[in-house]
Design a protein around this ligand. Sequence first.
Ligand code: NDP
Ligand code: MG
Length: 389
Amino acid sequence: MRKVSIFGATGSIGQNTIDLIARAPESYDVVALTGGHNIEQLAADAQRVGANLAVTAFDARLDDLKNALAGTGVEAASGQAALTEAASRPADWVMSAIVGAAGLAPGLEALKHGATLALANKESLVCAGSLMLETARTHDACLLPVDSEHSAIFQALVGEDMGAVERIIITASGGAFRDWPLVDLENATPDQASSHPNWDMGQRITIDSASMFNKAMEVIETREFFGVSPDQIEVIVHPESMVHALVGFRDGALMAHLGAPDMRHAIGYALHWPDRLDLPVERLDLAKLGQLNFRAPEDARYPALRLARWVMERGGLSGAVFNGAKERALDHFIAGRIGFLDMAILVEQVLDRFEAGSGLIDAAMTLDNVTETDHLARQWTDDAMVNRA
Ligand code: NDP
Ligand code: MG
């Protein structure tokens, strides 16, 4: 039996992971499941998969969790320290699927204990890529991609020498507003941005897909994961979301990874790696599909991609600034306080302010410094809002 834990078990990735694990209960011993506000789901799943421990990130929800788990034998806990403690419990395989920078600390802790960390939480790599990789190396832990594009790249690279790689192309659906006239974007609402043409995902990443902040994060994630230079990474809009990524080699060959837009592909690959086992996902019917389309992303529509290029060139803690400001700007957009296009404007202002003076971007990449930078970036996003008013 493999010992597994799932961080962010109540979310979209977490639920898909539980779906796969619950299909083969004899293979897994579930150590811990974590969630946030969705106590009902967390308690139900903890019982269903026989978890030893269930953690809610929020202390105010602990009593609810205890009540929901009364008499079940599942231990209940809450808060940041409990998340970190859960990540320190011995496990062979840990899913990192908390949304946002909150996923960083538990992921690092799991790596420190030598686990194989299946990483859906791209924010960890954007905020603290070299810290994550270094921690994995030092503790003989393994980091596997779960983001569909990065899983696709990883699969296309099996047996290949990185020296033979010329470029990596990640695809983007283009999100909810792909075909909207540019002038209409200003008035796009959170509800409109929350519907993805192809993928069924959490609300935050769905809105990030519409703004391409998600793809911007993934470009940075690609650089961190595969160690390629920024100019080797390309983004192409591919409305069907069937090709997830392509790797171009020095002989001109281009290896593409195709699959139905179902995250159980990438989660299952990380779960069973290096083997391939049966997965309950749709098989593509290419004749029925007929054609696949590709087009270059328009710079004016997707300013987030330009900001990601700046972050990659700048390095240091600029990724933590970028992510913190983006998360806060997204909070404001969801709450209806700013418009859709204001998100990129705010993030750029915060990056400029950091670059202009504080020297914080060049501080050492430690968990404390990343956390401090993240908090300050959020605060400066709020400042930028006030200055606009
Ligand atoms: P969801 O919003 O669906 O789920 C997020 C999970 O994190 C939930 O379990 C939620 O708990 C929990 N959570 C929320 N806030 C906190 C917090 N402050 N501390 C601890 N836990 C918290 O997100 P997704 O599943 O869509 O995404 C998860 C991660 O995977 C993200 O990093 C995303 O970018 C990445 N990803 C997602 C893909 C997808 O298809 N969804 C594809 C590729 C990457 P609760 O709901 O109980 O409040
Ligand atoms: Mg992705």
